[in-house]
Every structure is written in C-alpha cells, then in structure tokens.
Design a binder for this molecule. Structure first.
Ligand code: FAD
Length: 398
C-alpha cells in the first residue's frame, strides 16, 4: 500500500509521524525547499502549541453542527497526549502553551530529523504536486514537478494537507491554491484572510501607535467581540485580541473600548465616588491607560487635560465614556493574505466524514489541517487542530 501526503506543514508532518507503524510506503510532498516553512514563523518564532481553553467555540466554520460533531473526537480532550507522542515539549504561559525551547526553527529541525529517520517514509521537498487524478480501480495518479521534470506515480491513499492561502512561494489566485481538491470534485467555502491586523483608513489612532492596551473590539452588527491585548499601529490595530476579532468581523464600522477589565457602569461609579475629591480626570484614566491614550481621549472628548473630576459636567462625562467604551472606528478592513496567519474557510465539512476526515466523494482521500473549513482563534488553536486532524486521519487509515 502506498500513501501520498501533500503538504509538509504541521498537518502533513504530524500525519506522517503518526503513521510510523504503517506497513507500506509513505511519500510526503512539499513544494517549498524545506518542510514547515510557516510553522517556523508561528507565535513570533516561539510557536503557540495549544491552549487550556479548547472547544468548538474557539473555532469557526460554515457548518457549526458538523464542527461540533468533529469536536466529539476523543483527541480534542487528549491533545496533550498527541504532543507527548510527537515529542513536542512546551511550557504554559497563562492559558497558552508555547514551545519549551521558545525556538520554532529548532523544533522544525527536530521534526525533520524524525521524518528522515522514519523507515516507511520518503520526504520530497521542492516538489510541487500538480495534479491528483482518480483511476478506475480507485487508486490515485499523482503528477508532481521535481527538478524541472514532471513525474507520475500511483498511490492507494491520498491525504491533502495543503493548508490555506499563506504561501512562502505561492501567493496566487484563490482558487488555484485549492486546485487539487477542486479538480477532484470538491468545493471550497467562501474564503477570507483571518487572524490578521486591521487596517483603518485615515487611522485616528496613529498618534499613539506603538502603545499596547487591554481593550475590546465589537462588531455592532453581528454583536461579536474580542478582548485582550491590542497594539495601536500606524495603519490600524494589531495584537492578539485584534487577530481574534479579524476572524469575526463582518462590518466596516466597529467599536473600540479602551478598557476591558471594568465595564462602563463600574467606571461611572468610580467617577462619581471621586467627585468630592481633588483628583483630575486624567488621574482616573491613568489607572487603566497609558499617558498617550489618556491625552488622546481627553483631546477627542474636548476636555482640558487638567480638568478635575469635581468640575466635569454630566455631558462631559457622557462624552468621555462614549469615547472610552464605544469609540467608533470607520472604514476598517482585515489586511490581505500576505499578513494573515490563517485562511478562514476551506473544504466544506459536509463533503467529508467528520469522524474519519475521509472525503465523501472518494474513498481513500483524506484531509487534515487548515485546508478544511475549520478556523481557530489565535493562541495555539490552529496547530492543535492540525495535530488532532492528523491523528484522526492516521488512526482511520491504520
Ligand atoms: C506568522 C504566523 C504565525 C502563526 N502562529 C501560530 C501559532 O503560534 N499557533 C497556531 O496554532 N497557529 C499559528 N499560525 C497558524 C498555523 O501556522 C497554521 O494554521 C498551520 O501551519 C496550518 O497547518 P497546515 O499543515 O494545515 O498548513 P500549512 O502550514 O500552510 O502547510 C501546508 C503546506 O502544504 C504545502 N503545499 C500546498 N500545496 C502543495 C502542493 N500542491 N504540492 C506540494 N506542497 C504543497 C505548502 O507549501 C505548505 O508548506 C500562524 C501562522 C502564521 C502565518
């Protein structure tokens, strides 16, 4: 029996490793010169491996019912066992697990060594799979380009692990990226860049670019929101909460709260309590925010930087609170694929058996990782999904 795995990102690498006991030949094809090109960049080079908070709620898909069924896999809960099996060592930083070595490059080197040592595996890098065709006997004919020569080979099982739009080498037409599954009769859901910074035209926040704060972003139409660390940039906003929010946003106009640790009511009560004192508004704001953001908020609320709380009218307080908790940002866009960590969308879950990840159109055709319409938030969700899906596929094959 021969298996072809197409794409050596985490999904393809881990599927290969989980198949170490497969009694047959496995070929892992990667178009780049090295395996795991994207994996090397993850988590700013430290790789967010997984997260303590982990359920279907942290993922999106066009088919939420099938996503929930997929999340019934026992490997969702037992994902730490999978990392142990792969030898991926990590440490916890709050809810996130990051590589113990903090070095994604070294980790990819380690994984490469494991692949090279695996007896039943051949790794073909700088080798792009150009076509996968089904044959009458149910096998697959694969055409691939290697050293400028186009070769063909027959396989019994094919696992598509081509990831999403982000390509070190190949940022082309959307549908071209999904050429192999499309030619096999599969479809692709709506696609869009996700886990990306936000671009704001005529960015009003540019004057405090470089400042990080804990805030909240809300899409007023679909009511979805994300809170946490936000970084003001020249072009707009970035940081973990912004990346998460980019996977939810549907509107052009959004709302920003500069504070996420307390709500508007608590702030208002705090404000009223200090009415009899000698404190300035800026002193209160400064409890939560950096100097530059305080100055900005006072400016846009048309308040004197030295104004005392006792001297602030109800109207002024209302204006300040609106800017502090509901600042409207207009003409906001998710940055394009070259900036996005992931692609939202992919092969629809209705076209696969979610218990095995085998295609419903072709026996012995499987999918793992980001190529599927399963898109996680920022913080270890996507690598975890690549790992879990790799295990589901390899278990069903074994
Ligand atoms: C900057 C950045 C930081 C990130 N940080 C994190 C993080 O910390 N934690 C986290 O969980 N996720 C993170 N992600 C997301 C995560 O990297 C991806 O979700 C994950 O790599 C998807 O794995 P995959 O194997 O499905 O696809 P990919 O990693 O995209 O791998 C697919 C591979 O298939 C190859 N390929 C495609 N088509 C062909 C073909 N026809 N022939 C041969 N080869 C082909 C591609 O070249 C590619 O190497 C980050 C992403 C980026 C860009």
């Amino acid at each position: 029996m021969k298996i072809a795995i197409i794409g050596a990102g985490p999904a393809g690498i881990f599927t290969s490793l989980f198949l170490k006991d497969f009694d047959g030949e496995i070929s892992l094809f990667e178009q780049n010169n090295d395996i795991g090109e994207k994996l090397k960049l993850t988590g700013g080079g430290r790789m967010n491996v997984t997260n303590k908070i982990f359920s279907a709620k942290e993922f999106s898909s066009e088919n939420l019912n099938l996503l929930k069924n997929l999340f019934k896999s026992p490997w969702i809960k037992k994902r730490e066992e999978l990392f142990a099996e792969l030898g991926v060592k990590y440490k916890w930083e709050g809810d996130r697990a990051i590589l113990e070595s903090g070095n994604a490059l070294k980790e990819v080197e380690r994984l490469n060594m494991l692949l090279q040592e695996q007896k039943n595996l051949r790794v073909e890098t700088a080798c792009k799979v150009m076509a996968v065709k089904t044959l009458e006997d149910g096998k697959f004919l694969i055409g691939f380009q290697n050293d400028d020569a186009v070769k063909e080979e027959i396989f019994d099982i094919v696992i598509l692990c081509g990831g999403g739009m982000f390509r070190i080498k190949d940022l082309g037409d959307l549908k071209k990226i999904y050429k192999l599954p499309l030619e096999l009769g599969h479809s692709v859901t709506n696609l869009r860049p996700s886990l990306s910074s936000l671009f704001i035209s005529n960015n009003p926040l540019a004057e405090f670019s470089g400042v990080v704060f804990k805030g909240k972003l809300t899409d007023p139409v679909n009511k979805k929101s994300a809170s946490g660390e936000i970084l003001a940039t020249h072009q707009g906003l970035s940081g973990p909460a912004v990346l998460d929010f980019s996977s939810m946003i549907e509107s052009k106009h959004i709302e920003l709260a500069f504070i996420s640790e307390i709500d508007e009511e608590t702030f208002s009560k705090e404000f009223q309590k200090m009415r009899n004192g000698n404190e300035t508004v800026k002193t209160l704001l400064h409890k939560f925010l950096s100097n530059r953001i305080c100055d900005y908020l006072l400016k846009i609320s048309a308040l004197d930087p030295e104004i005392k709380i006792a001297m602030t009218s109800k109207e002024n307080l209302k204006k300040l609170q609106k800017n502090l908790f509901h600042l409207e940002l207009r003409n906001v866009d998710v940055m394009d694929y070259s900036f996005a960590w992931t692609t939202k969308g992919g092969i629809p879950l209705k076209e696969i058996n979610v218990a095995t990840l085998e295609s419903r159109l072709h026996k012995n055709l499987y999918f793992a990782g980001e190529i599927l319409d399963v898109n996680g938030l920022c913080g270890g969700y996507n690598i975890s999904f690549a790992t879990i899906s790799a295990k589901i596929v390899s278990e069903s094959i074994l």
